[in-house]
Each structure stands twice: as C-alpha cells, then as structure tokens.
Design a protein around this ligand. Sequence first.
Ligand code: BGC
Length: 792
Amino acid sequence: MRFRHPTLVLFFCALAGISVAAVAPARSPEALMAEVLAAMTPSQRAAVRAEVQDGRVLLTVQRPQSEALLIGLRQAIASRNASGATDCVEPSKSDRATTACRVYAVEPLPPAAPGRVPARDVRGLIAAMTEDEKVDLLSGTGFDTKAIPRLGIPSLRMVDGPVGYRGGTVTGKATAFPAAVAMAATFNPALNKEVAGAQADEAKARGARMILGPDVNIQRYPLGGRNFEMFSEDPYLTSRLAEAYVRGVQERGVAATVKHFLLNDTELQRTVKSSNADDRTIHEVYGAPFAAVAREALAVMSSYNPANGIYASENKKLLVDYLRGELGFQGLVVSDWWALRSGVGAAEGGTDLEMPIKYFYGAPLREAVRNGIVPLSRIEEMDYHILSVMQKIGLLDDPKPQGPFPKYPKSDPPAHAQLALDAAEESIVLLKNEKAPGDSAELLPLRSDRIRSLAVIGPNSDVYRSGGGSSGVTPFKSVTPLEGLQRRLGSAVALRHVDGVRIPRDFVKSTPLDENAGIAEAARAAARSDAAVVFVGDVESEDGDRPGMGLPGRQDELIAAVAKANPRTVVVVLAGSPVAMPWIGQVKSVLVAWYPGQQEGQALARVLFGDVNPSGKLPVAFPVRLQDSPSAKGYPGGPSGIDYTDGIYVGQRGLDKAGIKALFPFGHGLSYTRFRYGPVSVRAASDKAADPRVEVSVEVTNSGARAGAEVAQLYVGQDAPSVDRPLKEFKGFEKNTLKPGETKRVTFVLDRGAFAFWHPVKRDWVVEPGRFHVFVGSSSQDIRGTAEIDLK
Ligand code: BGC
C-alpha cells in the first residue's frame, strides 16, 4: 500500500507505534506534476499534455517525432527524484502516425516485501516466481507461452481455429472442416460440437492445448473479409454455435479462445479503424455471443481494432467492466497477434497475455512494474489468469516443457475425414430450385440415369477453395468439384470441363486465361450437354475486405452465357459471404456451398445428384444489392471509424425494419422434399414477465417423397414495446430428419432471454409485460404459423 496523504500516514504510524520522523511525507501527484513540468524545457512542455490520472502523472506526446524528446522527459522526471516509464514502443512504423506516446511519473516505490513460501497451486506458484518471471510469463514465444522449468511450469501451446488445426508449412497438415459460416448453415449445434471436438483432438495430438477460435463476431456487412470465419449475422444463432464449439473443444481438455473481442467484423484498416457502437447494440448483438460463453470459455482474444475509440486490448470498460465484471469471465485474455499498442494501457485495460512475442510486455512493462506504475499485484493477477487456464486443462499436472512441434502425421484420421464430409453435406444451402421448360421435376437433384453429359464449368470447378489467412488449413487431401463428380459418376456421364474465367486476386489458380475464348467455350460445352453446373465464388481472406458484393471478374458474364446456352443450368457459389446474383432469373437452381472444407467435391456431387438431400439454411441474409445492407451506411466510415448506425438492426432485422426484400432471407434453404407445419400452440408454465416460461410447439411433417431434414425456426416480436424493437427476433430452432410422411412435434421453450431487451436507461435486461407474438416457420420470411402470449 502506498500512502499519499501525510495525515493518513501520521494516523497509521501512530496506530502502529512507528516513529513519525522516519516517514517522509510523499508529494501529491499534482505537486509532482508541477515539479516535473518546471524541470522541462519550454519546447518539451509545448510537446506534452500533462495530467494526473489514477494517482500518477501522465505525459502524453502525440505522434512523437524523436526519441530525444522522450529521453528528455525521462530526465526531467528523474531530476525530481521520481520514477518514470515510457509506454510507446512501436511494432510497425506504419502505425506510428496514429499513435500517442505515454510517459508516466510516480513517487519511487518502497523496498519490496520479502517473498512468500512457494507451493504447488497457482497462487503458490506465483508467490515462488521472481518479478522477472512474473512479467516474462505475460508474453509469448511464437505460439507458446514461456515455460519456467525451474518451477515446473510448461508452456501453453496455441493453434489457430476454427476450421481445423492450422499448421501449414511449419507444423503440418490437418483435417480441413467447413468454414464457420458453413458450420452455422447446418443449424446443428451437436454437429458443430463434434467438429470442434475433432479439431481439439488433432490439436492435442500435436501438443497444442489452446485453440484460437471460435470467432463469434457478427457477420455484419457483406464485404467483411473474415465473414467466412464467423458463424452468422444473428446473435442468437451465433451464441448457440459458440456454446457448442467451446464445449466441444474444452471437453477434450483444450482451451477454446473466443475471439475477437469486440466489434471486429471488417478488415479494412483493421488495426486503426474504430468500431463505434452503443451500449444496447453491444449487449443485444455484438456482445451477446461472448456473453453466452463467458462463464465457460477459458480464453478470450482481444481484437485489433479500437472499440469506441479505445484499442480493444486496452479497453478497460469492455474487457474489465463488461467482460469480467458483467459477464463473469474468469479466464485469460490474450491479445491478437501484434495487436498491443501499449504495455501499461493493455495491462491495466485487461489483456493478460501479449502474443506472439514479448514487445510491450517486455522491457516497457518490466520498467513500469519496477517503478510502481503498474502494481505488481496486477501482474500477478494476469499470471493467475494464465496459470489457472493451464491448471484447468491439466497442463500443470504434466510439467514437461514443450519440444518443437511434432512431425506431420501421415494422414487425417478416417473418422475426421468422414465428419468433414458429413458437415459439408449438411452445410450446403439450396437457394433456388425450379423446373426447366418442358421438365416435370425441378432441375435438382440431377438424375444420373437421365443425364448422359454434364458441363462442369467455372473458376471454382477444379480447385479446393477455402478462406485465407490465419484460419487456412492445409488438408492432407482435398477433393475438387470436378474430382467429386468424376468419382460419383464414373463413366456413366460424360463430363465436359471448362474453367472459362479466372477469379481476380486468386492465389490458388492464377494461370492467365483468354476469357473471351473461355466464355465461348463454356457456352459451347453447355449447349452440347444435358445440363451444366457453374462453380463460381469469391476469394476471401483475413487482412482485407472484399471490394464489392458482386462475383469478381467476369463470372456473372460466364453464368449468363452458360444459362443462355442451356436452360438446365445450376450455379454453385463458393463464398463466405452474401454475393449479388444479377443472373438469378436466368438459372433454374442455385446452391451456396460456402467454403466446404477438404471434402468439397464429394459433398457437392452427392447433393447435386441427390444422394444427400440439402438441409442447410442461410445464417446470413443475402441482400439484393450492397446498399440494401443495413450496415452499408457506416462503411467504410470516417476518421472516427465505423459508426454502427444500424444499431441492433443488423442483417435481416434491418431489412425487415426498412421493408426491403432480401434476395434470400435469413433462415432460407430449400429441400428436395416438402415440409408441412401444423398449427402453433402455446402453453405458459409461467406468464410472469419477471420470470416467463413458455412452451411453443408445432408439428412438422415431411409431406414429400424423400427423406429430408427441416430446421423449424422460431421468432419473437413484442407488441408496442416502450423502446424500438425488431419486428421479430430469432429465438429458437430445431432440426429434425423426417422420412416421407413422418411427423415430429417440435417444442421450443422460451425463457426470459426470448423476451428481454437491454434497457438503455435502466442499463439492465428488461421484459415488459404485454403481448408478444411468436412466429414459427421454415425461414424468417416463410412463416407457417403464429401465436400470441400475454405476459403479466
Ligand atoms: C488473427 C487471429 C489469429 C492470429 C494467430 C491474427 O492475425 O487475427 O485470429 O488467431 O493471427 O494466427
């Protein structure tokens, strides 16, 4: 404890019987600031903003142009017998222009108290660590934390998710599962959990005990470069899948890292652009998935961007007050890679671990601790967060230091390849399916006994397509759509393959093509075949947004030419985000397959030819045009960043509010069979607004001729709320596989969470008494039944 007030010092000294003369009264921070300012040169004074913050003198220098200025400030501090610390090492010159440098001054610390007795629990380990070890533990060594062999503390090894174990050229290959958006399209949390578990097993087998996933940010805007890594535009759906992923990983003794906290959904200038959202929007939308897993997840990754003007990694209001205080998170907050912008700020702001290597948490933090600018107790708390995660996953019981990453296994476990196939098949969404002129049935599924020839066209027809960046997995083997069709059809159907065009910025398939000739050749192949399938898409990756919502390059032209040549044209879109479809009226069938993982080709062949009945639903609405997106107004934002002016009206909710029809709405997805919904019934076990419990049930029948799975969806809307609320919010779903003629009763249980909103003035969740509507349907716009509930 440091006594700053002489009267208090006198009082305690008198109590303790200490001679008063032995204690020198400390200067107040204001007095110290005046002394330091007086010790500066006029030009130094002109360059700084001096203030007292948290009992310390803080000198802020905007965009420091020279080291000499900072050294001069430190000399001024030292000349007044005070301790200082400079908190502005820059990882990259390009960011320098935006950064302020902070220099702190405080009274020197009294000598350290003697250490406590070591013990083998987390607190005991911390007590046994030297001050340097305590600081050293707070920064990484690549993808590991630093081991302290002297105390038997091993390193905690991390690996990227959420598509699979991201090894690449350094650490090897792994099973590549479908992208997160595809996993969300399954609307199947149990399957998501299984896939997460398989990823954890692969990580663990290679010594990694912390997966850097799931990414539970909200797919807010169609151009977001990392949309494919995020589950969905909807907070409820994202929350359920986040829970499944976290449980799947953590049940295997591996820590899940929920990322990127917070408001990290576009990639344009991602390290400098602030995302600005109000409290209600954070609570109801962007923070909701973090809230859903906050008590379970062992780790959270703070994001690159500033949130409401303050870097996420040092945003005390979000990391400490909201995440730890309000949401009850007790685990470890890890920085994104190279994301820190200060040591003192991040340590105090709530980031426990700096990755990938020691930078701000190196010398600057050590000095700040030595000089008492950051209390050692805060460092110990950060150590505690790291070590207790290690303890919870059993790593402290097995204190072998990590060796180098183990050698590549030779292949993926067969069960995982099968799981990747199952997941891909379940994630594919049938957007449109109509009859071609003269046909008696819809174009899909194609019939291998009727079709003798098939044109296989497009830049994505013979490539393994996945999202790029830190979630990119290198599979042992992958199956392209063309290979999948060849395997499925053998010699029974003649395949005519033409790429036609290239996708600009394609780093996988980049050999140039004569695209005029390619389009003409594709049209000829289509004209000569019984049907044509065009595989198109976008190339998406971390660290850049998509330039537009249209299919890049000349893909639209290719589709139009093929559709003109053959009325039996199917389009398959491989992309992680909504794409514009100006050709939608010209083709009979459209599938969106996202980035389906290593079994891409097999899954698509099986869906196209009806071995699998598609059951995916859209986890994100596809607007007709980019400007229809409710988030379009805020993007790319001005100097203060991106304002989330659409508030809680992200995606479908915003389209509903504006009365804009989506090209394909949230929750949409067709099947090769049909489902009939019975009347919706409601039973209130409690109709008290304070603690509601309502059961909504409906019978769903497969009224078609094939087995298939249907995702029954439930939405809730409040009649005349006291604040503006969405017409309806997604609050429940259940997926069931039904044989032809089979009926299943689906029951949704609604509690407080289904009716509540975040009251901006009361700053609390509120359920208002009154009438609520429930909507049950096959998509957000295909509502098959409604009912009312009156809460008292
Ligand atoms: C990404 C993180 C990732 C980290 C480590 C960063 O660029 O934003 O999601 O976990 O790299 O690869």
